[in-house]
Write a protein that binds this ligand. Structure first.
Ligand code: NAP
Length: 272
């Protein structure tokens, strides 16, 4: 396992914090050169300083397709096509559709979904030409077990699952490997950055123990190094995903019963 990513270049989005920062740290510990992308230059610099000279920060707003294309071109010019792309950057408050401003819903599609698509598109030709590469899509358990009170968030994390599945179909036999990383609750700054969301975590999610960002990042880095197709932590997340596939009625009933409810405004289960 030591230096399993030696000589590899890994691009991590959302690397100024949480899961992305931890993924970058663990990839660097496995020997990779890591390129860190996020908006906050100061926090990116702090993460890079902690990792050492093998970390290279680039401040960029991935919601801006021109800025994204420019940073991707610079990475290609300086380092060639990266070996690994970790599409992780993203946020979004958990709100019902009627509570969500259209601009906020759009922002949740711009990043993570379209940012992941655009960056993949930038680096894919080089990966295909080389016949090797890894594209990690980081999504939420919400993609498998949609819960109430977080409409646009669930929509965007399902879209990430769709991107991963489409890539898996497209890239079969090319040597470029799509990897799906999914997590339930990770105790990162996500919850402070997206106020009002923590209160809406369905009670049923207590089935899956909470983890810290370091554990999530370690799982991603090790999964990539070991050639895994899916990555998660803790093990119970895998069990719940399997249950959702085998018995979706059970998992959806569980999250609905224990999930957030409106204040019963306009609620009617009765037939007219
Ligand atoms: N925390 C959880 O429980 C959990 C569980 C499953 C999945 N996830 C998913 O994992 C991803 C990372 O979450 P996290 O927990 O690590 O949250 P976090 O600590 O809030 O980190 C989010 C990262 O995304 C970056 N980012 C957001 N918008 C960006 C933009 N427009 N351009 C560039 N970078 C942007 C942020 O950096 P800047 O602010 O510096 O731009 C930050 O580095 C999210 O997509 C989240 O949905 C989280």
């Amino acid at each position: 396992m030591t230096a399993a990513l030696a000589g590899r270049t890994v691009v991590v989005t959302g690397a100024s914090s949480g899961i992305g920062a931890a993924t970058a740290r663990h990839c660097a510990a496995l020997g990779a050169r890591v390129i860190l992308l996020a908006r906050d230059a100061g926090r990116l610099r702090a993460v890079a300083d902690r990792i050492g000279p093998e970390a290279e920060p680039h401040a960029v707003d991935l919601a801006d397709p021109d800025a994204l294309a420019a940073v991707a071109a610079r990475i290609e010019a300086d380092h060639g096509t990266p070996d690994v792309l970790v599409n992780n950057a993203g946020g979004g408050r958990w709100r019902f559709a009627e509570e969500t401003d259209p601009a906020e819903a759009r922002a949740m599609m711009d990043v993570p979904v379209l940012a992941a698509f655009h960056l993949t598109r930038c680096f894919l030709p080089g990966m295909l030409e080389r016949g090797r590469g890894t594209i990690v899509t980081v999504t939420s358990m919400a993609a498998f077990t949609p819960f109430p009170g977080a409409t646009a968030y669930v929509m965007s994390r399902k879209a990430l699952l769709g991107l991963h599945e489409a890539l898996a179909a497209d890239l079969s036999g090319t040597g470029v490997r799509p990897v799906l990383a999914y997590f339930a609750r990770v105790d990162s700054l996500f919850w402070a950055n997206n106020p009002g969301s923590a209160e809406r975590v369905p009670g049923a999610q207590a089935l899956i123990p909470r983890i810290d960002p370091d554990r999530a990042g370690r799982a991603i880095a090790r999964g990539v190094a070991r050639g895994r197709r899916t990555v998660t932590a803790p093990g119970m997340a895998r069990v719940v995903r399997a249950l959702a596939a085998l018995a979706p009625g059970i998992t959806s009933a569980l999250v609905r019963r224990t999930g957030h409810r409106r204040n019963n405004v306009g609620r009617t289960d009765a037939r007219p």
